[in-house]
Design a protein around this ligand. Structure first.
Ligand SMILES: [Zn+2]
Length: 180
């Protein structure tokens, strides 16, 4: 399990639960169910009619690496609420330290399913620290509705938003939203 720095006991307990929820989502996504051809196309630009096995395996290996990757991660409390109009105001990877995610108190105001998806998103950031710019090659904003992301596979396979989209619309997160 990840390291936690600067959180109170309640926040640490929530983060532990969120990490476990995200681990389950990642494990489910790694199975890449056979009926997900359309979603693979939308999220990653993988040909839905004749999926490229190597591409599918690359996506699967990223999801499969969640538990090990987050075991090396350190989550650090970051003061302030952040600007809600910014894309990643409640939490974001620390550009100055490897395997480090900064988390504001506003993170804890989000719904449980959104927190789990956020941790999955940041895990992908930690896995691809060499991504340029904001760390979202080919797409720099979340997709809040269904539809092709139109990101070429090489970018999509390293883009946290693409993994977040696939998991969200596999509806793996729905039980998290109703379990509370
Ligand atoms: Zn991001």
């Amino acid at each position: 399990m990840a390291n936690f720095v600067g959180f109170d006991d309640a926040q640490t307990a929530i983060l532990r639960a969120d990490l476990e929820a995200a681990r389950q989502v990642a494990a489910d996504a790694a199975r890449i169910p056979l009926d997900t051809a359309t979603l693979l196309w939308e999220a990653f630009g993988i040909d839905g009619v004749d999926p490229d096995r190597n591409q599918v395996d690359r996506v699967r290996s990223v999801y499969e690496g969640f538990a090990a990757g987050m075991a090396r991660a350190t989550l650090v409390f970051y003061p302030g609420m952040g600007n809600a109009s910014a894309a990643e105001f409640d939490s974001f990877p620390d550009r100055t330290r490897p395997n480090t995610i900064l988390v504001r108190s506003s993170y804890f105001l989000k719904a449980p399913c959104d927190r789990a998806l956020t941790l999955l998103h940041h895990y992908v950031h930690l896995r691809f620290p060499q991504n340029l710019g904001s760390g979202h090659p080919g797409r720099d904003a979340p997709a809040l509705a269904r539809g092709p992301l139109r990101v070429a596979f090489d970018d999509a396979s390293r883009n946290p938003y693409c993994y977040e989209y696939f998991a969200r619309f596999l509806r793996l997160v729905e039980p998290l939203c109703y379990r509370q």
